[in-house]
Design a protein around this ligand. Structure first.
Ligand code: FES
Length: 115
């Protein structure tokens, strides 16, 4: 009799990053949590989390300028911008995306889902 294989569901792990009021609109901040380097960006009352390591070279995206109207962040080293919703680069020299993570607001806490 053939063995039945049941796919394991990917476990989603949640990490609390900060309180909603710790980040001003248009601000980005780096978080080093549980072996991950994340950039949390606030636009209005919405929060976006992406990998903080630019895909062109190892540089912190949280140090860059937030382009709120475009939902992008600009790498401060060579100027590539990344879409905060997809992680895709929008301009050269970066050609590869950065990871994006789901963000949840619960009460006054900002959580990111990884896994
Ligand atoms: S290190 Fe980010 S664009 Fe070069």
């Amino acid at each position: 009799m053939a063995e039945m294989r049941v796919p394991l569901e990917r476990a989603v792990h949640r990490i609390r990053l900060c309180s909603v009021d710790e980040l001003a609109p248009g601000e980005a901040r780096r978080f080093d949590v549980e072996g991950l380097r994340l950039a949390l960006i606030r636009i209005g009352d919405d929060y976006y989390a992406i990998g903080d390591r630019c895909s062109h070279e190892d540089f912190s995206l949280a140090d860059g300028e937030v382009w709120s109207e475009e939902f992008e962040i600009e790498c401060a080293k060579h100027g590539s911008t990344f879409d905060l919703r997809t992680g895709q680069p929008c301009s050269l020299p970066a050609t590869k995306p950065v990871p994006v993570y789901d963000v949840r607001i619960e009460g006054t806490a900002v959580w990111v889902e990884v896994g």
